[in-house]
Design a protein around this ligand. Structure first.
Ligand code: SF4
Length: 179
């Protein structure tokens, strides 16, 4: 991959931070999957979420098939972070930037496996509800947590926090690739 071209492109995007790591250093946890299953309303309702994405072990195996991971983060200030609607409204901009980074990586010669935020919202009704395959598998991004990835150690080891300020929304995406 052309790292110089990638760096140039990344520097032109409104990213709060980005860094590289190795997928082998990611922590895959059944505990994260348990939270998906018991605390998320999207469980079983999207191909971007468990159990549609496969078992944690299958997700881990797939992720470890890549040798590099680009982690990107955006931050947005909102009037009131407890206003869920306002907080979630900042997600779309992050998803667009994630797509821009993925496209940039393709232009640089990589084929990233993109993990992003929350559940997929491309279709108004996910095909999984009708027992059909995903309509846009090339566009859909499973969320980071869907793979069983515990993102907290990733942030801690790189000196980052989920919460930069009282009303600052932080979004994270991971783009795994082969160098
Ligand atoms: S692209 Fe459509 S069918 Fe595929 S996961 Fe997203 S909502 Fe579901």
């Amino acid at each position: 991959m052309n790292r110089e071209k990638l760096e140039q492109g990344l520097s032109e995007l409104p990213l709060y931070v980005y860094f590289y790591m190795e997928p082998k250093d990611l922590e895959f946890s059944q505990r994260v999957r348990w939270i998906c299953e018991h605390e998320c309303t999207q469980y079983g309702k999207s191909w971007a979420c468990p159990p549609g994405v496969g078992t944690v072990e299958a997700c881990r195996e797939h992720c470890l098939g890549y040798d590099k991971c680009l982690v990107i983060s955006t931050v947005t200030e909102v009037a009131d972070i407890t206003d869920i609607e306002e907080t979630l409204s900042t997600r779309q901009a992050h998803e667009q930037i994630t797509d821009q980074v993925a496209e940039l990586m393709r232009q640089c010669g990589a084929s990233p496996f993109v993990l992003s935020t929350e559940s997929c919202a491309i279709c108004s009704r996910c095909a999984i509800a009708d027992g059909e395959p995903c309509r846009f598998p090339e566009k859909m991004h499973p969320c980071v947590e869907s793979q069983g990835i515990n993102v907290i150690p990733v942030l801690e080891e790189n000196g980052l926090e989920f919460q930069y300020g009282q009303n600052v929304v932080t979004w994270i995406s991971m783009l795994l690739y082969r160098e």
